[in-house]
Write a protein that binds this ligand. Structure first.
Ligand code: ZN
Length: 674
C-alpha cells in the first residue's frame, strides 16, 4: 500500500513518515501528475460558463496527491537525503517542470481565467478571492499565456537557452574555484593561522594529493580565515586575486560571453512581455514594483555606507602605520586589519559566550517570545510521526487551547543534510475547503551535542534560530482561505521580513537574559558580556553595506541597461566607478561569479535582503516606542503580517500594521550609518 495514495491515518493527518519507503515516491509522483493533469483538463474543458468556483477555486483544490508526495520528498531531499533520493530528484525534476508548463500553457484553461479576470466585477468576490484571481492570472501571463503562437515559440527557445546558459555559468564558476589552489609547503607561511584552520588546510592538501603540505582554496570558507589571520601579505593577495578573478581568466571557463548573452536574452524576453527592461519585468511582480524604487533605496543607503567605510579604511591605515609598516591598505588586507581592530575595540571571544546559549534554552526563549506576542503555546509531543531520531515535534495552540499548527525542529548538523538553515512546510494552511492546519519545520545545522550532552550556539546561531522561527511563525499563524495565498507564499522582497523581524527580539538584552543561562551553573549571562555583544553589532558595517549595495547596484545596472553590453569587464568597472566604490572594497560578487543573478533566481532581486530589512527595522521601531511586547502592536503584527500571508497587497498590509509606509531611518540607525 502506498501511503501517498491514501488518506493519512495519523494524528492531525501528518505524513506517516515511519511507513514511507523510497519505493513509494516515484509511483506517487506519476500518479499525482496524472491525477492533477486530469483535474486540470476537466476544469479547462468544463462546458459550464467560467466561474470563480468552477475554475480558480477548482484549481486550488487540484493536485492533492502531487502536493502530498512533493512536500515530503523535497523536504527530506534537503534535510535527510541519500543517493537514491538524489538520483530520483534528477529524474523527476524535468518531468515536474514539463507538467507545470503544460498547465501554464493550456490555452483553454487560460481563456477561462482571463474571462473571469476581465469580468471580475460581476463575480462579487471577496478581497482574498480577488487577490487569488489576480495572482493566478498574472502567473499565467508572466509565463507567456498571452503571446501569439510565434512569440510563444521564441519564448520557449529563450527560456531554454537561459536555463542552459545559467547551468554553464554555474559549472564554470565551480571549475574555476576547484582549479586554483594556494599550496603552502613552508610552515612559516602559516604564520598567524589558528590550529583548526591549519588542520583543515592539511586535510585539503591530502585530498589533492599534496601530502605534508597545506592548501587554501578561493572559497569563502577557506579564504576568509586565511585573509583574516595570515600575516603573509603577498599570500593573502594571491589567494584573494584568485577568488575575484574566477570566470574572468579568458580561458575555456570564462563567463563574460555567457553574461552578455544572458543579459541580451532577458532584455528580449522582457520586451516581448511588454516591459522596458528585465528589471521592469521582474519587479512588476514584487513589493518594490519598479527599478526606480529599488535604485532610490540603494542610493539612500549608499552614501552613509561608503562614508562609514572610508572611516574604517582610515582606522585600519592608522593601525598599519602604528605597526611600523609602510603600505596602503588594499582589498586583500581588509579582513586582517578589521579583525585586529575588532579585537582591540571589543575584546571578547566567541568561546566565552557559547556556554550561555544552549540550543534547548534558546528555542524555549523563542517560544516564550511568541507566546508573549501572539498568545500561542508550544507543547512537545512524543506521539507524532517522525522521519528520523533527534528531531522534535510540537503542537501549537491558541489561547483557547485549540491546535492551530504542528511545528518540527531538525537542528543538528549531519552529512546527509544540506548546508545553511531554512523553514519549510509539509502542508500549508487553508480553510476554504474545511480547516487544514499547517505543518511547519525549521531545519538548521547547529553543532552536535558536546561531552555534557548539550548543543551550544554562537550568538550568530541564536539569531539564525530566531530567524527561521520567524519564517516558522509566518507559516503557523497563517489564516488564509486558499493554500496558494497562505503563509510564506509572498514575494521575494517581503518573505524575509517576518523572519528578520524575529531576530530583533533575540538582540534585546531584556529578552536575551531570559534564555541566556549558563548550561552548567544556570547563571544568567553577565551584563558586561551582553553589552560587548550589542556593541559589536555594527562593527565593520561600512564595509558590509558598501560591498552589498555595490553588488545590488551592479545587478540593477545589467538589467536596466538600454544598450547591448559587449565588454563585461569594462561595464562592471564603469558601473562601480560611477557609483563611487573605493579600491579597498570589491563588489560582494564580481559579475563573472555572481551566481545569484546569473545562475540563481535573484536577477534584479539581489536588493531584496535590504528591502526587507527596511521593513523589519521600521516595524520594530513600533515595539521600541511602545514596549517590546505591547499588546496592541503585537495584535496588529499578527493580524496584518504573520497571519495575512499573501491575501492582499503587501504594502497595504504593512500600512495597516504600522499606520504608515516604512521609513528608512531605523535601518540606518540599526546599521550604525546615521
Ligand atoms: Zn530567511
Amino acid at each position: 500500500m502506498n501511503p501517498f495514495l491514501n488518506e493519512y491515518d495519523t494524528p492531525f493527518k501528518i505524513p506517516p513518515f515511519e511507513e514511507i519507503n523510497f519505493e513509494h515516491y516515484e509511483p506517487a509522483f506519476d500518479a499525482g501528475m496524472e491525477e492533477h493533469q486530469n483535474e486540470i483538463q476537466i476544469i479547462a474543458n468544463n462546458p459550464s460558463e467560467p466561474s470563480f468556483e468552477n475554475t480558480i477555486e477548482a484549481m486550488e483544490r487540484s493536485g492533492e496527491t502531487l502536493d502530498k508526495v512533493s512536500n515530503v520528498f523535497f523536504n527530506l531531499l534537503g534535510s535527510n537525503t541519500n543517493d537514491d533520493m538524489d538520483a530520483l530528484a534528477i529524474k523527476i525534476s524535468p518531468k515536474l517542470s514539463a507538467h507545470n508548463d503544460a498547465i501554464l500553457l493550456n490555452s483553454n484553461l487560460f481563456k477561462r481565467i482571463e474571462m473571469i479576470h476581465n469580468n471580475k466585477q460581476s463575480f462579487n468576490l471577496s478581497t482574498e478571492q480577488n487577490r487569488l484571481l489576480d495572482e493566478t492570472y498574472k502567473r499565467f501571463v508572466r509565463s507567456g499565456a498571452n503571446l501569439d503562437e510565434e512569440s510563444m515559440k521564441r519564448l520557449t527557445q529563450i527560456n531554454s537557452s537561459l536555463s542552459s546558459l545559467s547551468v554553464k555559468f554555474d559549472q564554470n564558476v565551480l571549475k574555476e574555484t576547484n582549479s586554483f589552489s594556494l599550496v603552502i609547503d613552508n610552515k612559516e607561511d602559516l604564520d598567524g593561522l589558528p590550529e583548526e584552520e591549519i588542520r583543515q588546510a592539511a586535510l585539503l592538501a591530502d585530498s589533492e594529493g599534496q601530502n605534508g603540505k597545506w592548501v587554501f582554496k578561493p572559497t569563502r570558507v577557506s579564504m576568509y580565515p586565511f585573509l583574516t589571520y595570515s600575516t603573509k601579505r603577498d599570500l593573502r593577495e594571491e589567494l584573494y586575486n584568485s577568488y575575484i578573478q574566477r570566470g574572468d581568466n579568458d580561458n575555456e571557463f570564462d563567463n563574460k560571453e555567457i553574461i552578455a548573452e544572458m543579459v541580451a536574452l532577458r532584455k528580449e524576453k522582457a520586451e516581448m512581455m511588454g516591459f522596458e527592461s528585465h528589471s521592469d519585468y521582474v519587479l512588476d511582480n514584487t513589493m518594490a514594483k519598479t527599478p526606480e524604487n529599488v535604485n532610490n533605496l540603494l542610493k539612500t543607503i549608499w552614501n552613509p555606507g561608503i562614508e562609514k567605510a572610508k572611516g574604517e579604511v582610515q582606522s585600519m591605515q592608522k593601525l598599519i602605520t602604528d605597526e611600523g609598516a609602510n603600505f596602503q591598505l588594499a582589498a586583500w588586507d581588509w579582513w586582517h586589519y578589521s579583525e585586529k581592530l575588532r579585537q582591540e575595540q571589543f575584546n571578547f571571544k566567541e568561546e566565552e559566550v557559547k556556554p550561555f546559549f544552549s540550543e534547548e534554552k534558546v528555542l524555549a526563549g523563542a517560544f516564550d517570545v511568541a507566546e508573549k506576542l501572539f498568545d500561542i503555546t508550544f507543547t512537545e509531543r512524543e506521539d507524532l510521526p517522525k522521519y528520523r531520531d533527534n528531531i522534535r515535534s510540537f503542537t501549537v495552540e491558541d489561547i483557547d487551547k485549540k491546535v492551530i499548527g504542528i511545528f518540527y525542529t531538525d537542528f543538528t548538523l549531519r552529512p546527509n543534510k544540506g548546508g545553511g538553515a531554512w523553514m519549510s512546510t509539509f502542508r500549508s494552511q487553508s480553510k476554504f475547503d474545511g480547516e487544514v492546519i499547517p505543518i511547519v519545520i525549521n531545519v538548521c545545522n547547529f553543532p552536535p551535542k558536546n561531552a555534557d550532552g548539550v548543543s551550544l550556539l554562537s550568538f550568530e546561531q541564536v539569531e539564525t534560530l530566531f530567524h527561521e522561527f520567524g519564517h516558522g511563525l509566518h507559516g503557523l499563524l497563517s489564516d488564509a482561505q486558499y493554500p496558494s495565498l497562505s503563509g510564506t507564499s509572498v514575494t521575494r522582497d517581503y518573505v524575509e521580513f517576518p523572519s528578520q523581524m524575529m531576530e530583533n527580539w533575540a538582540r534585546e538584552p531584556e529578552v536575551i537574559k531570559t534564555f541566556a543561562k549558563h548550561y552548567k551553573t544556570g547563571e544568567t549571562i553577565p551584563e558586561e558580556l551582553l553589552s560587548k555583544i550589542s556593541a559589536a553589532g555594527t562593527f565593520n558595517e561600512g564595509f558590509a553595506t558598501s560591498e552589498y549595495v555595490a553588488a545590488a547596484h551592479l545587478d540593477m545596472a545589467y538589467h536596466t541597461n538600454k544598450e547591448e553590453i559587449f565588454d563585461i569587464d569594462e561595464f562592471e568597472d564603469e558601473t562601480l566607478k560611477d557609483l563611487g566604490l573605493i579600491p579597498e572594497i570589491e563588489s560582494r560578487y564580481r559579475s563573472t561569479y555572481f551566481g545569484h543573478i546569473f545562475a540563481g533566481g535573484y536577477s534584479s532581486g539581489y536588493y531584496s535582503y535590504l528591502w526587507t530589512e527596511v521593513l523589519e527595522a521600521d516595524a520594530f521601531e513600533a515595539f521600541k516606542d511602545k514596549g517590546l511586547f505591547d499588546k496592541e502592536t503585537a495584535d496588529k503584527l499578527k493580524k496584518y503580517v504573520y497571519a495575512a500571508g499573501n491575501t492582499d497587497d503587501l504594502m497595504t498590509q504593512y500600512i495597516r500594521f504600522r499606520g504608515k509606509e516604512p521609513a528608512i531611518e531605523p535601518l540606518l540607525k540599526k546599521r550604525g550609518l546615521n
